[in-house]
Design a protein. Sequence first.
Length: 162
Amino acid sequence: MNSISFRHAKLNDLTRVKYITKLAYKISYKENSFITRSHEPNNLKDIFLSKKLFIIVAAVDKKIVGAVRYKILEKNSLYIYKLAVLKTYRNKRIGESLIKQIEVVAKKKGFTKILLDCAQEKQLPEYYKKLGYKIDIVKKHQDHHDVYMSKKILNKIKINSF
């Protein structure tokens, strides 16, 4: 694979991010599920501009191939959601790298916890467990299960010993 880079999204990246997310969330949680598509807010641009939502993108040769969104929930925690990578770029650790980029942001900004939720039916909890996230709670809905997960972020302070 050619050169891959990560950065915070710019306003003109939103159309591409929405496109990648739409493709990634095209497949429903399971057959005959009520949840069959990604739900994009109509005011995504306004939310983005208000700094209530942040997006990190992955680009290969300057072409965006993946994205993950996050928002600040509380003083000490971030919530990540809508991890999306184009199908032809999956299994190349791009999703994992996007999550790691958010962890770097969390450490730099002094956050102590990252939260997320995912679909049990898509076997996503196992994916996030490999990245160090633990299951906090599972909520059963009519046709799927939401798994709420978290990871504590350690902001290591170097102490010199005498």
